[in-house]
Each structure stands twice: as structure tokens, then as C-alpha cells.
Write a protein that binds this ligand. Structure first.
Ligand code: FES
Ligand code: FES
Length: 167
């Protein structure tokens, strides 16, 4: 019965230690931002922060995060960086179905908290996220405005990565 610390709340849950964190977050605690995509740590839809580090909650056991701080987009969006990222994504109408965006937002917020970050590193981090709707170009434009507002000075990192290039 691991005790989870999620978004500054303590949750003493009747769950097994092997339960994936994603199911505890969604089904036990009622947080909807982490999504189930692949279940294989390959799409980024389930991303959350544990100890301030991005993890795939679909492949993270509850027993391994007991007593450690877990942050989901529900809390991260209330930070200054969260506000900046969410506003940017909304203003750019970056989503189609939107299923991938909470995980992508977690990554962008995490990176924004570590600025300065080279734009190429941002592009590489976004490579971990699949968007089945093909919204990467718009998402990358938002990322560029946040991390690389003067692209002429820093080179064109948007062409890096698989299929993440701006169009
Ligand atoms: S559902 Fe966790 S990485 Fe895809
Ligand atoms: S907007 Fe639909 S999966 Fe990315």
C-alpha cells in the first residue's frame, strides 16, 4: 500500500506496489491529464515528473515512487512556466485531438524551468512524443517562441529530429 505524494497531496491508496503509476493517477486519484497511449514508454502521452524529472507513468511502478513527489500537468500548469506554455499552445491552436498535448506540455514546462536550454535540445526532447494528428509543426512553433525567439542568432534547430520540422 504505497503512499503517493502527488501535486502536494498525500494519497494512502489500497493498491499494489506493482501497479503502474498511470493507473493510480487516473483511476485512484482522478487526474485526467496523464494519458494512456502505448503503455510501452514510447509515446510520451503519460508523462509526469517524479522528483522533478520526466518519467513515463505507464512504466513506473507505484512502489518505486512511494514517498517521492509526483507532479502532473494539473499542478504544473499553475506555475509561471506552465502558464507560458499552456497559453502558447492555446494561442497557436496547437492541438487537433489534443491527446498528446498534456505530455508534451509537461516536457515543455520542465524544459522552461531549466532555461536557458538550446533549441536543439528542446527538439530532441520533443522527439520522445508522438502526435498522431501531425501537430508537431505547430507545437514546434510554440516551442521556438518560448526557447528560441531569435532563431537567426541560434541556428535552425527545428529541422532536427524525425518529422518534427516546421513547415
Ligand atoms: S503511454 Fe506511456 S509512453 Fe506511451
Ligand atoms: S493533437 Fe492529436 S495526437 Fe497530437
Amino acid at each position: 500500500m504505497p503512499v503517493l505524494y502527488v501535486n502536494d497531496g498525500e494519497h494512502d491508496l489500497e493498491i499494489g506496489s506493482n501497479l503502474p503509476l498511470l493507473w493510480a493517477l487516473r483511476d485512484q486519484i482522478g487526474l485526467s491529464s496523464p494519458k494512456y497511449g502505448c503503455g510501452l514508454e514510447q509515446c510520451g502521452a503519460c508523462r509526469v515528473l517524479v522528483d522533478g524529472v520526466p518519467v513515463a507513468s505507464c512504466r513506473t511502478r507505484c512502489g518505486d515512487v512511494a514517498g517521492r513527489p509526483v507532479a502532473t500537468l494539473e499542478a504544473l500548469r499553475a506555475t509561471a512556466e506552465g502558464h507560458e506554455v499552456i497559453e502558447g499552445l492555446l494561442r497557436a491552436n496547437a492541438a487537433q485531438c489534443g491527446y498528446c498535448l498534456p505530455g508534451i506540455a509537461v516536457t515543455l514546462i520542465w524544459l522552461a524551468m531549466r532555461r536557458p536550454v538550446p533549441f536543439d535540445e528542446v527538439v530532441r526532447a520533443l522527439d520522445d512524443h508522438l502526435c498522431r494528428c501531425g501537430s508537431h509543426p505547430r507545437i514546434l512553433r510554440v516551442a521556438r517562441r518560448i526557447f528560441d525567439p531569435d532563431p537567426d542568432a541560434a541556428g535552425d534547430g527545428s529541422r532536427a529530429g524525425h518529422g518534427n520540422g516546421e513547415t
